[in-house]
Every structure is written in C-alpha cells, then in structure tokens.
Design a binder for this molecule. Structure first.
Ligand code: MN
Ligand code: MN
Length: 296
C-alpha cells in the first residue's frame, strides 16, 4: 500500500524522498490549531529542513553517521488548519501505513497533540509499547477551555491508551497542582535530573516511542517554541537522554513544537534539526554495541 499523499519538500539532509527501502520515514505535521499561547508550530517542519544542511552527517557522541542509515523524508501531510479531526486522522493513517510496511515513523511537528495519533498507531501494532515524553509540561489536563483534544491534554489522552507503567514523563517543571500531586500521575514521571541510564533501564526491552516537546529545553537554548518555560535542561542533557536510548527497540518518534517565527536567530531550528539527526541515529542503532554512550 502506498503512503498517503504528502506535500513534497526538499528533504532533510541526507534523506531520500521515496520511502522504499528506508528504515526510518520522516514526515512533517504542519498543524498548530490547538496551541494555548503562541501559534506558529505549523511552520516547524519546513524550518527544520531548511537548516538541516548546516549539520555534519557524523555524530561523534554516537559514533555513527547518517550515511550508515537509509532514511526517507516524504514531505508534509496536508493538514487543514482548524480541522483537528482531519489532522489526527491523516497523521494516524500515515503512521499506520509506515508501521505496516515494517518501517519507523518519525514526525516533525507541528503541535504536540499530533503525538496522540502517532502513539495510537504504534500501540495498535506493538502491545508492549512504552512512551517516553521529554517535555516541560505534563500535558495531562483532561480539558483545556472545554476542549479535550489539545496540546495541553495530549498525554492524558495517551494515558487512556496505555497502562500507567508504560508512560515515562521527563523534564516537567510546569503544570497544575493535580498534574504534580495526583498519585496516579506522579508514578509516571521522573524529576528533571533523571539519569540517562535510569530512563534506559525503565524502557528495558519493550517497544519504544519517544516524543520530544522542544520546550523541555531551557528557553535560552530553544526560544522558538509556543510555550517557553524557564528552568529547563541544556542541549547536552537532552542529547544524552536520547543517546542513552540507542540500542533500545525504537518503533517511532517525533520532535514537536518548533515555532520558528519566535526564533529570529534560527538557533531553535538548528537545535531541532540536530535532535532529529540524533534520533535518526539512535533509533536505528538497535543492538549496536559500538555505541560509545553505552560504554559510559
Ligand atoms: Mn511543553
Ligand atoms: Mn507538550
């Protein structure tokens, strides 16, 4: 079955534009209709691709090169602004099609709500699916302004798909009292100083979906996001968390919430692009014992 139609774009550095034979299939999700503060994440995928040429293909931390991986960038899903249901359906259809072909979906956001159909598609294929969420926020509200499908509720909806022991939230420093104190939520998250080895141990041999909300980073590192939250981690901390997951059984991932118009220097786009490179390499490193991070 062919993939759903996409709006083609100049691919991410080193990516082929056709999905055939690719281990990882990148696609953009340009949608930001439910964001609660500053819109603009719909321009995220294009901004990530536009700066990706600044990257080297080699990642010294992982000791791996993008040339070691076959991956594709098939362009952007045509998500209609303001139509959340259609956006979720198209994203789910794309992820399902990629997974059915035995490939790994990798989404460029776009707002965080789109992680819901991506996780749903993965959970329909992998019964042992676990989700690791790097985010300044829990996204565990039940509603926001009366709306149940929002980037502020996305993990609450995900928690309705997966058992509590299958969700790990890392990096949170902002939320409601309920999000911080409710026991059934608390067991799902670790403090910002969570260690890479601890996260890896938690994942174990289970099928892994990783979602990165860029606001997990400190705004001084990544100002170009819709809801910046002071007190976040630096780039290396997030990179180490991701590198520590190399060798796990990744089945899908996303990088969400880049809002490039709030980023006049483009540094946030470069940060996002480098995370995409890290995740292409980490997610495809299954069983690679030469990964330097694993020796540390
Ligand atoms: Mn967030
Ligand atoms: Mn989020």
């Amino acid at each position: 079955m062919p993939l759903p139609p996409t709006l083609r774009a100049t691919p991410f550095i080193g990516a082929r534009s056709e999905e055939e034979g690719a281990r990882v299939v990148l696609f953009g999700c340009p949608f930001d209709s439910t964001v609660s503060f500053r819109p603009g994440a719909r321009f995220g995928p294009a901004a990530i691709r536009a700066v990706s040429d600044v990257l080297e293909t080699y990642c010294p931390v992982l000791g791996r090169d993008l040339e070691d991986v076959v991956y594709a960038d098939v362009g952007d899903l045509p998500l209609p602004p303001g139509d959340t249901a259609t956006a979720l359906n198209l994203t789910h259809a794309m992820a399902t099609q990629v997974l059915t072909a035995g490939q790994m979906p990798a989404a460029l956001g776009g707002e965080h709500l789109l992680t819901l159909p991506l996780v749903r598609a993965a959970a329909e294929v992998f019964e042992d699916l676990v989700v690791v969420q790097f985010d300044a926020h829990f996204d565990m509200r039940n509603q926001y302004l009366g709306v149940e499908l929002s980037h502020t509720t996305v993990m609450r909806r995900v928690s309705e798909l997966l058992a509590p022991s299958h969700i790990l939230q890392v990096g949170q420093r902002s939320g409601t009292r309920e999000e911080f104190e409710k026991t059934e939520f608390r067991e799902r998250y670790g403090p910002p100083e969570q260690s890479a080895s601890g996260i890896r141990q938690w994942v174990g041999s289970r099928s892994l979906y990783v979602t990165v909300d860029l606001d997990v980073l400190d705004p001084s590192v990544c100002p170009g996001t819709g809801t910046p939250e002071p007190g976040g981690v630096d780039f290396r901390t997030l990179q180490n968390w991701l590198v520590g997951l190399a060798g796990c059984r990744w089945v899908g991932w996303d990088v969400m919430e880049l809002s490039p118009h709030h980023d006049p220097t483009q540094i946030s786009s470069v940060v996002a692009a480098k995370l995409v490179r890290t995740m292409i390499l980490a997610s495809s490193a299954g069983g690679d014992k030469s990964v330097r991070a694993l020796k540390q």
